[in-house]
Design a protein around this ligand. Structure first.
Ligand code: ZN
Length: 296
């Protein structure tokens, strides 16, 4: 991609607007070499955000070719493990839901997760949405999942009984707009499951500026439990889960300056160690918040 992207500096917190913030970490774009960035922390609401950030007209460049770590390359060796992890995660976070006649994967990435949803007996009418006009590789030549662009989705309202929004809000320039957009798409009493990287992960403290979860500058926001709950404060908050996703491969790759994937052989072999250490330290790499639409 073009490494000479345009950037601008924020003068206020993207969540509460406060100009009272301070730098916490200085790091860089290890993925595509677009330069240095800080993680700033708002003293008023606690939100952490990337500063400077790419200008709005440069943001899509990071995702256009679907070549970043957000889009896992098809790999027949690791797909069964990925599918198993998704099945276990979905069973856990939807334990409070009844049958779901309409399900949306909001920000579907490579589409692998959406395809796994289609295998759940209780889920029907699966839709997936993302930035691109055309479907990602896993959602081509199949009819189990309907793919929309965000533009097409704007015409729908009160439609989905269950929405997954996984690893999306941290990429969005205006995070305060997302809860309202999802509320508009949810059916009355619908369930929303949001997942984000956990800034307070033990691994962020160990790897510091090399921690993959910072993922600068694609991650514009860096959540912890408090800021995630605050952003979705207008929903009924059912349960927060501390979950695990592989981050050691790429974090080590940043340290040694080599491309090591989280879902490659090295990354996956290190995953049991990551989970074990997290369990002992009561830490987690991701936070999953289950929410219910408020009755009006
Ligand atoms: Zn703030």
């Amino acid at each position: 991609m073009n490494t000479g992207i345009r950037k601008y500096s924020l003068t206020g917190c993207p969540v509460c607007g406060s100009a009272d913030f301070a730098a916490e970490i200085e790091s860089q774009d290890f993925e595509s070499g677009t330069g240095s960035y800080r993680v700033d922390c708002c003293r008023l609401c606690g939100m952490r955000f990337t500063n400077p950030r790419p200008a709005a007209d440069s943001l899509y460049d990071f995702y256009r070719a679907r070549e970043s770590a957000d889009y896992v390359r098809p790999n027949r060796l690791t797909e069964p493990l990925r599918a198993l992890a998704i099945r276990r995660w979905v069973s856990k976070v939807t334990a409070h839901c009844g049958p779901c006649e309409s399900v949306l994967d909001y920000g579907c990435g490579d589409g692998f997760f959406s395809m796994q949803l289609a295998r759940f007996a209780g889920f029907r009418n699966i839709s997936a949405v993302d930035l691109h006009d055309h479907a990602p590789v896993y959602l081509q030549d199949q009819d189990a999942v309907r793919y929309h662009s965000f533009e097409q989705l704007k015409r729908e309202k009160d439609r989905y009984q269950l929405i997954f929004c996984r690893h999306v809000i941290e990429h969005v320039p205006d995070p305060t707009s997302v809860p309202a957009v999802l509320d508009n798409l949810l059916a009355p009493d619908g369930t929303l499951v949001v997942e984000v990287p956990n800034y307070h992960s033990l691994w962020r403290k160990l790897f510091g500026r090399y921690y993959f979860g910072l993922y600068l500058p694609r991650h514009l926001l860096h959540f912890d439990e408090h800021t995630l709950r605050y952003l979705f404060r207008n929903y009924r908050q059912v349960k927060l889960y501390r979950n695990h996703t592989p981050i050691l491969g790429q974090s080590l790759g940043y340290v040694v300056g080599r491309a090591i994937g989280n879902l490659g052989l090295v990354g996956l072999c290190l995953f049991p160690l990551q989970v074990l250490v997290d369990r002992i330290a009561r830490s987690s790499s991701v936070l999953s918040l289950v929410l219910r639409k408020q009755k009006r």
